[in-house]
Write a protein that binds this ligand. Structure first.
Ligand SMILES: *Cc1c(COP(=O)(O)O)cnc(C)c1O
Length: 220
């Protein structure tokens, strides 16, 4: 099937309150433009350099999401245009995003990446870390970042029960953070679910799915 057909098929299968991030990493601009012409406006990339190059040549009504691991010294390369950073996993990174966003007089939305998988290779912080950050008075002073939710990646496994448990853990963490964040509540996003597990993720409460290969085909 074509990119347009894939996209229409996926859009028809997700509820309207769930946003679809089209994960276009490694794919050429022509592929992204096909998705754009089919109505897609949110694209996710995992390398800042690649995202910045695509931003330069593509229409300016696109929302660019950084879904990969972020090195602090590269934040400056996306601060002028990135809409949402999914993988915020430390206070220091949040502080740097705030600093770079301020230079462009912007507010950048951020998701706290929480480790839900049992694998060691996945980035992310503990729930305790995340709750410290959302309640920190220093973070409340950051005027150029807004924490809007959480992100997580399930273990790469065929065991659906395990994946479901991990998604439920993220949903639970989100609810607990929301309950702790009394004033000024900005939490509204649970980013979980990829090509292989987005339907399960939506059943577990996902509000944002990140789908790549089911739209654009396999990556090399
Ligand atoms: C690559 C990637 C995706 C998309 O993966 P697919 O299996 O191709 O849908 C989603 N989230 C993150 C963080 C990724 O790096």
């Amino acid at each position: 099937m074509s990119i347009t057909e894939n996209l229409n098929h996926i859009k028809a299968s997700i509820p309207s309150n769930v946003s679809l991030v089209a994960v276009s990493k490694t794919k050429p601009v022509s592929d992204l433009m096909e998705a754009y012409h089919a109505g897609q406006r949110i694209f996710g990339e995992n390398k800042i350099q690649e995202m910045a190059e695509k931003f330069e040549v593509m229409p300016k009504d696109i929302q660019w999401h950084m879904i990969g691991h972020v090195q602090r010294n590269k934040v400056k390369d996306m601060a002028k245009f990135v809409t949402l950073i999914h993988g915020v996993d430390s206070f220091k990174l949040l502080k740097e995003i705030n600093k770079q966003a301020e230079k462009h007089d912007r507010i950048i939305d951020c998701l706290l990446q929480i480790k839900i998988a049992s694998e060691d290779s996945k980035f992310g912080m503990t729930f305790e870390n995340a709750s410290e950050i959302t309640q920190s008075s220093k973070v409340l002073e950051f005027k150029n970042v807004r924490i809007t939710g959480v992100m997580g990646m399930a273990t790469l496994t065929n065991d659906e029960k395990q994946i479901e448990n991990e998604f439920n853990r993220l949903k639970f963490a989100f609810n607990a953070l929301k309950a702790l964040q009394s004033e000024n509540n900005t939490l509204n996003t649970i980013s979980m679910g990829m090509s292989g597990d987005y339907k399960l993720a939506i059943n577990c409460g996902s509000t944002m799915v990140r789908v790549g290969s089911s739209i654009f085909g396999k990556r090399n």
